[in-house]
Design a binder for this molecule. Structure first.
Ligand SMILES: Nc1ncnc2c1ncn2[C@@H]1O[C@H](COP(=O)(O)OP(=O)(O)OP(=O)(O)O)[C@@H](O)[C@H]1O
Ligand SMILES: [Mg+2]
Length: 441
């Protein structure tokens, strides 16, 4: 669906804001176009005017597609408590719950099928251990014994990037140097001073600001292996199996030391859900933490890094000394860092005269990912021009500025949420860095 259609729908809606069917159409169109935050905004506006089942479903779906599963779940939970909730709401809820509450997921799946038996989903049923005739006694059965032994999909990489490929992030680099790289290179000095080696660094912050990029570059910097694990991968496995897989993961890192073990979206695993009825979830967390504790004992050479967008969902046990005792905000790049990032990403590309300082000035609130998206956009446009002229055109300041103008920075939304946590649940001063960044402190 084209931008023009979206624009037309937006205009029509602002002329008739009470038109809910039109609003739904706009939300659906935005969702289809991958503009999730915009879709979320439209749904929220609509829901603040009047209750609307379809908009609630669209809101849940937009959150899910944006990777914001816990928010999606919150919407669905509220919806599913009402008798008029559609079967598909129960189905979506079942899917989201599979990871950490199998019992509830089964109940939700069953409810979905009662309402609409056409919604049978064999794959989900298999994951919930309720396929076919096993359905009857399924609620008593714990799907551990005969569950598929699918290991965590993971690969060890040998990253080719190093700190020089990461623009800005000086203070994070510095902490990684001190806490992780120096001890790795000079273990005897640390031991001589009786200083413990170990513990990991958890980076948090808005999307696209280089957390994953830097973790990979850390491995490259010290010529270590790199294993990245999406925590949803670990959780998506069967209860019982996942603990074994977690252990296998640490074993693999140990065998390949030096090795950076990188946990992405660590909040999913450390979720401090007060309603964690699922003791298996607890167990998984405890195992994770004891593996982490093992790192300062006999696991020399494993560097643990983790990243999340939502540190407030993290179990407090993660913060204890020797675990993730460094929790660092990775803010959007400042002007100098933006200049550095642009230079890094334009390396090796056909670029003519580029006024980096001017571009950096015009890109306040842009993340690293926003900047690379602008470069890609400018290149695409240039390619078309080059083809029609038959001669390759080099990138210049004007092309880039044009792409920058069309791009909306993505970091502001995150700070709107973060600000609330920092202001209202900042026990222990964990989020002081956010307050400082927002100049609220
Ligand atoms: N400081 C940086 N220097 C160079 N490139 C960067 C930097 N920050 C981001 N990028 C570019 O943006 C892309 C996205 O960044 P990255 O995946 O590291 O973000 P993230 O912080 O992990 O985001 P998320 O929270 O969504 O996982 C990177 O692949 C890289 O190309
Ligand atoms: Mg990342």
């Amino acid at each position: 669906m084209s931008d023009a259609t979206i624009k037309a729908l937006q205009e029509a809606l602002s002329a008739t804001p009470e038109n809910q069917p039109l609003r739904r159409l706009l939300a659906e169109t935005l969702l289809g176009a991958g503009q999730f935050s915009e879709a979320i905004e439209v749904c929220r506006q609509g829901l603040s005017r009047a209750p609307d089942l379809a908009l609630e479903m669209l809101l849940a779906e937009s959150f899910r597609r944006a990777g914001r599963n816990s928010e999606s779940l919150v919407v669905l939970e509220a919806l599913c408590r009402r008798p008029e909730a559609p079967a598909t709401a129960h189905l979506s809820r079942a899917r989201l719950l599979t990871a950490d509450d199998v019992q509830a997921a089964r109940a939700a799946y069953r409810r979905a099928l009662e309402l609409d038996e056409a919604l049978v989903d064999p794959e989900l049923a298999a994951r919930l251990g309720v396929s076919g005739e096993k359905w009857r006694d399924a609620d008593e059965r714990v799907p551990a014994g005969d569950a598929p032994r699918n290991a965590v999909p993971r690969m060890m990489e040998r990253p080719q990037t190093a700190f020089a490929d990461v623009g800005g992030m000086e203070s994070v680099k510095d902490q990684i140097q001190k806490k992780i790289i120096y001890p790795l290179r000079n273990p005897e000095i640390y031991k001589a001073y009786g200083k413990k080696i170990g513990g990991g660094i958890l980076m948090y912050g808005p999307p696209g600001c280089g957390k994953t990029h830097l973790a990979r570059a850390t491995a490259g910097e010290v010529h270590a292996g790199f294993i990245a694990v999406g925590i949803s991968d670990v959780l998506n496995m069967w209860i019982g199996e996942s603990e074994r897989n977690l252990r296998a993961l640490f074993d693999q890192a140990r065998e390949n030391a030096p090795c950076v073990l990188f946990f992405d979206e660590v909040d999913a695993l450390g979720a401090s859900r007060t309603d964690m009825r699922q003791s298996a979830g607890r167990q998984l967390i405890n195992q994770f933490l004891s593996e982490l504790d093992g790192i300062d004992g006999n696991n020399d050479g494993i560097l643990v890094l983790a990243a999340t967008n939502a540190p407030w969902h993290l179990d407090p046990a993660f913060r204890r000394p020797g675990r993730f005792d460094r929790i660092i905000l990775v803010p959007p790049p400042d002007e100098l860092a933006r200049e550095a990032i642009l230079r890094i990403h334009l390396r090796g590309k056909p670029a003519g005269e580029v006024d980096y300082a001017a571009l950096a000035r015009k890109t306040k609130d842009f993340s690293g990912a926003d900047l690379t998206a602008c470069i890609d956009g400018a290149i695409e446009e240039l390619l078309e021009e080059s083809m029609s002229r038959g001669v390759p055109q080099p990138l210049n300041t004007k092309n880039l500025l044009h792409a920058i103008k069309r791009h909306r920075p993505t970091t502001k939304e995150w700070f709107a949420t973060a600000r609330n946590y920092a202001l209202f649940s900042n026990q222990g001063g964990h989020y002081d860095e956010i307050l400082e960044y927002l100049k609220l402190k």
